[in-house]
Design a protein around this ligand. Structure first.
Ligand SMILES: *Cc1c(COP(=O)(O)O)cnc(C)c1O
Length: 385
């Protein structure tokens, strides 16, 4: 194709952006460029495409990056070897010793660990705030605050923050707003359109979508930040391999249909749990009684595939329920086609025990897959007893 295609809808972009048929062979699918290096035209001169060495750039990775940028309505996306590598690159690009960041009270445990255990040793300070509480966020801002780090919905409590308001607070204070959009995906929410400066993803989750690859991405419209991130990634080397980029690109193509089904099934399960006698609380932003429901309805297309709940009989009962399902697999991670169940207090969020980010002991988290909803509902009913 010599002409730029002009796809506009999300599903069309997911399938076509950055993914024109291979100009040399006509291959409809972007090839896995399993190569580390590229022949040069002369000493110091690259051939068309500008590829030199695959730490710097690789065509399969480029295709993934173009697709990701198109889905987030952004100019730039950079793929990383994991979600944490993507987050690390943003933190080390945007922060210098002496800088401060404001962090949501239930960010991903690994993000908290990276900031609390690694970044602080590097002279960065942080404050934890309830990002749904605007006054608390304003109070946490300092002259040296350079970032607000937000997840919406959060993991594992499905808290919702108003991204537009957080962006305003950040910008008033000369800071940038980063949104970890892993839970929502660009199909449900595009934070850059709401005023955020940077989006990070664990593409391991919904974007890859099949629990078969680990990866991450940073998306931004800021040219200078993109160049700094590119420089750091090339210097530090946290890149995904070509096959991992290809698997993620393959997953992206079906993101919209998968997300619709994840949302359908999660709504069914949230409704069932709400009326279940062994469940004392359901965390799902699609429920009208969820404190963030109105904000979620304003900034999201639908409410996602993650549902958490408190077991009415406490921690041991929650552990038993998590171990008692037949279809839901007891496992960490999320966002794959198969349903997963876990106990955040003992599993994904064990590292935040005793901190401000500690989660309820009776909490169970579900990553609702795209199986038949009736089978999932039946499985949870039998596990709850
Ligand atoms: C999994 C996850 C991460 C970390 O991503 P990895 O790919 O596991 O490194 C970051 N943020 C959120 C919200 C996640 O769920």
């Amino acid at each position: 194709m010599s002409q730029e295609p002009a796809p506009t809808g999300f599903s069309t972009r997911a399938i076509h952006a950055g993914q024109e048929p291979d100009p040399r062979t006509g291959s409809v699918i972007v090839p896995i460029y399993q190569t580390s290096t590229y022949a040069q035209d002369g000493v110091g001169g690259t051939r068309e495409g500008d590829y030199e060495y695959s730490r710097t750039a690789n065509p399969t990775r480029t295709a993934l990056e173009e697709a990701l940028a198109a889905l987030e309505n952004a100019r730039h996306a950079l793929a990383f070897g994991s979600g944490m590598a993507a987050s690390d690159a943003v933190l080390r690009t945007a922060l210098r010793p002496g800088d401060h960041l404001v962090l949501g009270n239930d960010v991903y445990g690994g993000t908290f660990r990276l900031i609390d255990k690694v970044l602080t040793g590097w002279g960065v300070t942080y404050s934890v705030a309830h990002l749904s509480d605007v006054d608390a966020v304003r109070a946490a801002m300092r002259p040296e605050t350079k970032l607000i780090w937000c997840e919406s919905p959060t993991n594992p409590l499905l808290g919702i923050s108003d991204i537009t308001t957080l962006a305003e607070i950040a910008h008033e204070g000369g800071a940038k707003l980063v949104v970890d959009n892993t839970f929502a995906t660009p199909y449900l929410q595009t934070p850059l359109d709401l005023g955020a400066d940077v989006v990070v993803h664990s593409t391991t989750k919904y974007l890859g979508g099949h629990s078969d690859v680990v990866g991450g991405a940073v998306v931004t419209g800021d040219d200078e930040l993109r160049d700094q991130l590119f420089f750091l990634r090339n210097s530090a080397g946290a890149v995904p391999g070509a096959f991992d980029a290809w698997l993620t690109l393959r997953g992206l193509k079906t993101l919209s249909v998968r997300m619709e089904r994840h949302c359908d099934n999660a709504e069914r399960i949230a409704a069932m749990l709400q009326s279940h006698p062994k469940v004392s609380r359901v965390y799902y932003p699609g429920l009208s009684e969820h404190p963030g429901h109105d904000v979620a309805a304003k900034q999201m297309r639908r409410f996602g595939g993650m549902v958490s709940f408190d077991h009415a009989d406490g921690e041991q009962a929650a552990l038993d329920a998590a171990a008692g399902t037949r279809l839901f697999v007891l496992a960490e991670s999320l966002g794959g086609v198969e349903s997963l169940i876990e106990h955040p207090g003992r599993m994904t969020h064990a590292s935040v025990a005793g901190s401000l980010l500690q989660v309820p002991a009776e909490l169970v988290r579900l990553s609702v897959g795209i199986e038949d909803a009736e089978d999932l509902v039946d499985d949870l009913r039998q596990a709850l007893g």
